[in-house]
Design a protein. Structure first.
Length: 209
């Protein structure tokens, strides 16, 4: 899994996606899934209901530093930014250069840093941007399709990168992530978001103070 330590900050300003843009995102997302199904957790972007649940579980309105793993075309990224404080920062990490490029051109927000690379290197990416521990980490990357050794490494670095009291939120079709995270963060709260295609499990951990 290659990394690119040159994170890109998007320009200032925020604009919601138009209906036409949303359709383009769906088509772009589907192409990404067809090219790399092992890296993309769904065939279409998250619904607004799932986005809302993720934002609530992450306690995004109270965070200073948020890390998003697998932002895709940016629906959840926009939802997080819309809830976050004006002085907060969001680091979005994706393996796909196509997704990273689309994020950079469609989301105009100075709080956003985009990094193309593996979630295994989240600590290095945060250190490169001089970001402290994350108040929340949100993950849409599919733990069920990863090699077990990779999934375990990602679980370990997520726990290390999370601040005490911080939230880790993983939205997944399958429950594998709970087994990988259990040695590091314990047992999660699990909710279903049925208003999504496909329905998603939303797991939430809070790191002990």
């Amino acid at each position: 899994m290659a990394t690119d330590v040159g994170a890109r900050f998007a320009p200032v300003g925020r604009h919601g996606a138009t209906s036409r843009s949303a359709l383009r995102d769906s088509a772009f997302f589907l192409r990404g899934f067809l090219r790399h199904p092992e890296q993309v957790g769904s065939v279409i972007p998250s619904s607004r209901f799932l986005e809302r649940r993720i934002v609530q579980c992450a306690n995004a309105h109270a965070t200073r530093i948020v890390v998003e793993l697998g932002p895709g075309t940016g629906g959840t990224t926009r939802a997080l930014l819309n809830s976050m404080r004006a002085d907060a920062r969001l680091l979005a990490i994706d393996l796909s250069r196509a997704f990273c490029g689309r994020l950079a051109t469609t989301i105009q927000d100075s709080r956003l840093a985009i990094q193309c690379g593996s979630a295994e290197h989240v600590e290095a990416f945060m250190q490169g941007l001089r970001l402290p521990h994350a108040d929340a980490i949100v993950s849409g990357i599919p733990f069920s399709t990863m090699p077990p050794a990779v999934a375990d490494r990602i679980a370990r670095v997520i726990a290390k990168a999370l601040a005490p009291g911080g939230h880790f939120v993983a939205y997944q079709v399958r429950p594998n992530v709970a087994d990988y995270m259990a040695p590091y963060l314990g047992t999660p709260r699990c909710e279903w978001e049925l208003f999504n295609v496909p329905p998603m499990r939303v797991f939430t951990w809070v790191r002990a103070e």
